[in-house]
Design a protein around this ligand. Structure first.
Ligand SMILES: [Zn+2]
Length: 701
């Protein structure tokens, strides 16, 4: 029997067949999704190298040695998969991620070891240049004879053809940039840096890289990579070397740079897959106590004091939110819910923040400590020091999280002027930036959860809470709910808190190291994945409409019950309040009601949702968690000194949405009408306040 040696073609065929088998087994669903989105919304397939390795270590190794060839094989294997949509996936970009530790390098190690083949560079994505278009293939016209000649472009300057196809002379040529065969690709430069706290500032350790095509838009739907600067990444690709120096000068110094093929963000959460969890969350949503079980599932290791009870319910509303209403040329209503939690140390804020982030389909959670200005929150124009002298606009946290949630920790520990966030959080909810000749308007439609400590780190029980929140009044008024927690000794409650903490610890310990197989105290009725997809589904699909009678119910409740809290508070008959009840309670309560209806995946707001929302609002306004009354010495009197009166009046005027009359101002501040009038007259002369043309009253100018 004659033996035949396999030819190169056979071998190639063999590899493509194996890769097709792997794709069929592990990537059918991904390819199905790609087929639906191809080519307009998505042109790439992300493959995890560990899947390749599990299928065949030899193939995985081949990939590292010859990534371009193996990409071509993978591209050839994709059309072999039979997909229901009949789309020809003939030019899919392959993004290989998930390399092992042995193939991932810090920038300095990559420079030192100069590894060949496909590898990962880990670090912080410290810079991203503004995307531009890069010439990949140029059609050039000969200015002598008019014949066109095509030329592939490479790294470096633009290269015309060596000689003309028509007259064999060397030009001069002109690039036909509109010619159908001239190809431009999106392009940007990136820098991957070892964070300074790891290098000890001894030397700068970074690797520059370039990104082409669709990959420029990876990581963020609207803004791509530029929206993710500052985040921890692993960038994959191959190392190339480029001569240092200015154009036209040959240098013997060569710098490595990474030709990026794929990028992974360490902070990315698991993706949302609503259908995979629909049965589970739909069953939970029909439960009457759906809001309670969701709230209890956020942080089961926490003993829910009355304060935490209210806070967790507020956080359920925060997660689900209400739809935004934006009628062209008409009014806009914010749907996002903003929450503030201010507590003494060690009461569980960090734990809850981390847990809430897990339940959000799209969330950025950061500590404000260390932020030196508001640009990290809003947007920054930064000088692009790749050498081009250009500027890059970097969208900040509130912009990058557009459509989702932002959690800001330790808001009291910063010099950042947080009121700069006011416009990003209310009304149009946009960030305008105009710096260094660059301007842009970004949407910042996010729900904000801010947490921090009181002014002197601990609440002082002898002072009113409102005076211990070191937050500007105008920002404070953006929050739909504020929860304050003072850590005061309470024998019975302290015992319960300690018991829950201890039990949780033992349970977690047994689960990890012992033979415990089921969780008890730590068991979540709403699992994180189920909860996140529940939230995602409700936010996408549910727009529950409140009924007019319900709004009337809220109106009566506000005027008869809530508004009275101000009176009771100032006369010392009610518990302490973090901020006075103003008309803002009404839209906040409507938002809560809609959010609770969303928890139940309802089309209409039910009366039960409204009752729950009013209950929550009143609890938050009054902060009457334990039924005890607290009478601070200072706050029960109206402003006494001239200075105090001026401050009180100014803050009410600045915060008000509408013009206020002297009588209204007097009522709001508890200051005598005559004194209000006197002060207003003085301000009018100085132009600090003005009277609008219609309606009467005064506004701060
Ligand atoms: Zn010619």
């Amino acid at each position: 029997m004659a033996t035949t040696h396999p030819t190169t073609t056979d071998l190639r065929h063999d590899v493509v067949e194996q890769l097709a088998e792997l794709l069929e087994r592990d990537y059918r669903a991904d390819l199905g999704e790609l087929a639906q989105r191809y080519p307009g919304d998505q042109q790439h397939l992300t493959i995890d190298w560990s899947d390749l390795y599990r299928y065949s270590p030899a193939i995985a190794d081949d990939y590292l040695q010859q990534p371009e060839l193996m990409d071509a094989h993978l591209q050839a294997a994709i059309p072999e998969i039979d997909l229901p949509f009949g789309v020809a996936l003939d030019d899919v970009e392959i993004r290989m991620v998930g390399l092992g530790d042995a193939e991932c390098y810090q920038p300095l190690d990559a420079l030192r070891e100069a590894p060949d083949g496909y590898l990962g560079i880990t670090g912080e994505l410290s810079k991203v240049s503004t995307p531009t278009r890069l010439l990949e293939y140029g059609v050039f016209e000969c200015l002598r004879c008019g014949v066109t000649t095509g030329k592939e472009q490479h790294v470096g300057g633009r290269e015309p053809p060596a000689e003309c196809q028509g007259c064999d002379r060397s030009g001069p040529f002109e690039l036909l940039d509109k010619h159908e065969n001239t190809v431009f690709e999106h392009y940007c430069k990136v820098r991957i840096e070892t964070p300074p706290d790891e290098t000890g500032d001894l030397q700068q350790e970074y690797m520059d890289g370039f990104v082409r095509g669709d990959l420029v838009w990876a990581g963020h739907d609207e803004y791509g990579l530029v929206a993710r600067s500052g985040e921890a990444v692993t960038a994959y690709g191959t190392l190339e070397y480029r001569a240092r120096g200015t154009k036209g000068e040959e240098s013997r110094q060569y710098d490595p740079y990474l030709d990026l093929q794929a990028i992974e963000f360490s902070g990315d959460q698991q993706e949302v897959d609503i259908e995979a969890y629909r049965d589970e969350f739909e069953a939970l949503a029909t439960r009457e106590d759906a809001v309670d079980v969701f709230a209890e599932s956020i942080a089961p290791e926490l003993y829910a004091t009355p304060e935490w009870d209210a806070a967790l319910e507020l956080l359920v509303a925060y997660l689900f939110g209400a739809p935004r209403i934006d009628i062209q040329d008409g009014p806009t209503y914010r749907g996002d819910i903003h929450a503030l939690i201010v507590s003494d140390y060690g009461m569980g804020k960090s734990m809850v923040n981390s847990a809430v982030a897990l339940f959000s389909p799209k969330c950025i959670k950061e500590s404000v400590t260390g932020m030196s200005s508001d640009v990290a929150l809003l947007a920054a124009a930064v000088e692009d020091d790749f050498g081009g002298g250009g500027w890059t606009l970097e969208p900040g946290i509130l912009v990058r999280a557009n459509g989702g949630h932002v959690i800001l920790d330790e808001i009291d520990k910063t010099d950042v002027n947080l009121e700069r966030m006011n416009n990003a959080l209310e009304g149009e909810q946009v960030v305008d930036i105009n710096k260094a000749g660059q301007s842009a308007t970004y949407k910042s439609r996010v729900g904000l959860l801010a947490t921090g400590n009181p002014q002197d780190s601990r609440f002082n029980r002898h002072e009113p809470i409102s005076e211990q929140l070191d937050i500007d009044q105008s920002l404070l008024s953006r929050f739909d709910g504020i929860v304050t927690m003072a850590d005061e000794p309470d024998t019975e409650q302290d015992a319960k808190v300690a018991e829950t903490q201890g039990e949780s610890y033992i349970e977690a310990f047994e689960y990890q190291f012992g033979d415990r197989e089921e969780l008890d105290t730590l068991e979540r009725t709403v699992d994180v994945d189920v909860g996140r997809n529940w939230v995602a589904c409700a936010r996408q699909e549910c727009h529950p409409i409140p009924q007019l009678e319900q709004v009337h119910r809220i109106r009566d409740w506000y005027s008869e019950e809530v508004r009275q809290l101000n009176e009771q508070f100032s006369s010392g008959e009610a518990a302490d309040m973090p901020a006075p009840a103003s008309a803002r309670v009404v839209p906040a309560t409507i938002r809560f009601a809609v959010a609770f209806a969303r928890v139940h995946l309802r089309d209409e707001v039910a009366d039960a949702d409204v009752e729950r929302a009013m209950q929550l609002s009143k609890t938050l306004v009054g902060q009457n968690f334990d039924g005890e009354q607290f009478v601070p010495q200072e706050s029960r009197r109206s402003p006494q000194t001239q200075q105090e009166r001026a401050e009180a009046l100014q803050s009410v005027l600045v915060e008000a949405d509408d013009a206020l009359t002297v009588e209204e101002l007097a009522e709001e501040t508890g200051i005598d009408e005559g004194k209000v009038e006197h002060r207003i007259e003085e301000w009018s002369r100085k132009g600090e306040v003005y009277e609008p043309q219609v309606g009467g009253g005064y506004r701060w100018s």
